[in-house]
Design a binder for this molecule. Structure first.
Ligand code: HEC
Length: 144
């Protein structure tokens, strides 16, 4: 009898553990600077709905042209990004300013995301294209 009453509670407790684990699921970023690691978490929370990046399990970009939506942003597995360009895109809403909302994050948080993307975006870029893009170095105190 007691078990019958307790069982639903146990199930709810177990389910909430699963939900709690979801936030970090697929985020393989570790052993990096504090700024880059918190940038990766901010990216999951604020950017992953519209952008793909497998280092953090984000799948927001369009998978197929036929099911693409207007808000699907570039795939950061294949697109290399420089630090200043990410700052620019965050402040202006992408490069065109037409679709991505501007200033989703500001200040220190935008620097952390930019430091993270400058390091992780473009890992699958074809050589000779994005991967060799020349970027200025990420400022040493970015996101501190
Ligand atoms: C509502 C969907 C949406 C969200 C949320 C979003 N983006 Fe975007 N983003 C887009 C779209 C769509 C584009 C491409 C169109 C454009 O540049 O105007 C884009 C473009 C970009 C670009 C330019 C990439 C390139 O090479 O053209 C960067 C960098 C970028 N986003 C970073 C971010 C970051 C960082 C965040 C989180 C703070 C974020 N985005 C959140 C939709 C989004």
């Amino acid at each position: 009898m007691l078990l019958r009453r307790l069982l639903p509670l146990l199930l709810i407790a177990a389910a909430s553990l699963v939900v709690a684990a979801c936030g970090s699921e697929g985020n393989s970023v570790s052993g990096q600077s504090a700024a880059v690691e918190s940038g990766s978490q901010l990216f999951v929370a604020r950017c992953s709905g519209c952008h793909t990046l497998s280092a953090v399990g984000a799948e927001g970009s369009a998978a197929k042209v036929s099911s693409a939506q207007r808000t699907n942003g570039p795939n950061f597995n294949t697109r290399k990004e420089c630090y200043e360009n990410v700052i620019y895109a965050i402040q202006n809403g992408g490069f065109s300013g037409a679709i991505m909302p501007a200033n989703i994050v500001v200040g220190k948080e935008s620097e952390q995301i930019a430091a993270f993307l400058a390091k992780y975006a473009g890992s699958e870029a074809m050589s000779g294209t994005g991967s060799t893009a020349k970027c200025a170095p990420v400022p040493a105190n970015a996101g501190d």
